[in-house]
Design a protein. Structure first.
Length: 119
């Protein structure tokens, strides 16, 4: 059974930093990319950042570009999200997800970790 487990969330003042981790366990035959999404209160889930597993190509949402950095450690089956210059608008539950192929959807999801940024 595939499991994604996020950690690293918490309460931080505006301007602060947090680093989220997502550990993947279980049998996944192949991973094309992983990503971070977030859902703020009373808002739809939104894409934050993604990284391809083989060549570490990255993409970012405009709202976090330049402040957040996504990375991965293939040997540890772990993905990270370094979040700097946090703003109250970054408050949300952050989820990690993985997709097996370029054309597939994100099929495996974690349970989420809460990030709260105080003003």
């Amino acid at each position: 059974q595939v499991q994604l487990v996020e950690s690293g969330g918490g309460l931080v003042p505006a301007g602060g930093s947090l680093k989220l981790s997502c550990v993947v366990s279980g049998r996944i035959l192949t991973t094309y990319a992983m990503a971070w999404f977030r859902r703020a209160p009373e808002k739809d889930r939104e894409f934050v950042a993604s990284i391809t597993w083989r060549d570490a190509g990255t993409e970012y949402a405009d709202s976090v570009n330049g402040r957040f950095t996504i990375s991965r450690d293939n040997a540890k089956n772990t993905m990270y999200l370094q979040m700097n210059s946090l703003e109250p608008e970054d408050t949300a539950v952050y989820y990690c997800a993985t997709k097996q192929f370029r054309w597939s959807s994100f099929g495996y999801w974690g349970q989420g970790t809460q990030v709260t940024v105080s003003s």
